[in-house]
Design a protein around this ligand. Structure first.
Ligand SMILES: [Ca+2]
Length: 302
């Protein structure tokens, strides 16, 4: 290596660099690097292997510099040329040179476009991959739900949500409010029980509760509320103030014995319970951001 350094210091030119690199051997790590002047290595300093790679890039060979030219352009003059390789080699052998890449900061999050579909996406994230959520047992209420015989039932249901409009139906809407970053959303959704929810009706006994929003006047209920995007659109505020509108007793049915089908008072109670449950399930508490690499919605800062 000493011989290499002496020869390199004594001359400038691609042939000398090549000789040095050959003598010094490549110490490039197999994995991708990423720091300035380190397209292949990951240590504190560039290696001769980094210089060799940049040299190859400078003469037109395909290298990782094609994907990340900024880490190979170590004098920030806009092109990857032989002098970049020389600078990297100089740094690699211990000379006091400054490598000055001008790489954009790593991307953490992609801005939102502020569309209604993004709100729908946030709601879908509150459900499982099939668009369902298990109904939590409520045993301590006057009409217990998912608690047959006093025993909590889990899983229960589930409730299925279908956000996709059918032909001729309106889609979700997002309307800008008086403040430029504030919006009101209206997300129509079909909801149904995949299997009946056990409901314990006083004086009647164990019944089933079936939900199908296509049964009422309107086939869909509306999930509504307001939200705010950050001015740079990087974060979406928590979907906290969610209200469910349009869920009526016509969307519910009690199943089981003949007595069950007559227990209308239980329907009204269930309606209130279900509305609150859906609102709670769809609401989110933290700010949401969209990850650069996966494009998924995640809590900001994660
Ligand atoms: Ca350069």
């Amino acid at each position: 290596m000493r011989q290499c350094r002496m020869r390199w210091l004594g001359a400038v030119g691609i042939s000398v660099v090549t000789v040095c690199l050959t003598l010094g051997g490549s110490t490039a790590a197999s994995g991708a690097g990423g720091d300035c002047g380190q397209p292949t290595s990951t240590g504190n300093l560039p290696t001769a292997g980094d210089a060799l790679l940049v040299l190859k890039a400078s003469v037109g060979q395909a290298t990782v510099c094609d994907d990340s030219p900024c880490i190979c352009d170590v004098d920030d003059n806009g092109s990857v040329i032989v002098s970049d390789a020389l600078l990297i080699l100089k740094k690699a052998v211990g000379h006091s040179v400054v490598l000055a890449c001008s790489c954009p900061p790593p991307c953490d999050y992609v801005p939102f476009a502020a569309t209604a579909d993004e709100i729908t996406e946030a709601f879908e994230q509150r459900l499982d991959s099939s668009g369902n959520f298990e109904v939590p047992p409520a045993c301590d209420t006057s009409i217990p739900l998912c608690c047959p015989g006093g025993t909590p039932l889990s899983p229960c249901g589930p409730l299925h949500f279908d956000f996709v409009p059918k032909e001729g139906e309106s889609g979700p809407t997002l309307t800008q409010l008086s403040e430029p970053d504030q919006f009101a959303f209206d997300i129509p959704v079909r909801v149904n029980t995949v299997s009946d929810l056990p409901v314990t009706v006083p004086l009647v006994g164990e019944c089933g509760l079936r939900i199908d929003t296509t049964g009422g006047d309107s086939p869909r209920i509306h999930v509504q509320g307001t939200l705010e995007f950050s001015t740079d659109r990087i974060s979406m505020s928590p979907l906290g103030g969610v209200t469910v509108n349009g869920l009526t007793s016509a969307d519910l049915a009690l199943t089981g014995s003949f007595s069950c089908t007559l227990a209308n008072s239980a329907l009204d109670f269930s309606l209130t319970t279900l509305r609150a449950m859906i609102e709670e399930q769809l609401a989110s508490s933290g700010q949401l951001c969209r990850q650069c690499d996966t494009l998924e919605l995640v809590p900001c800062g994660s």
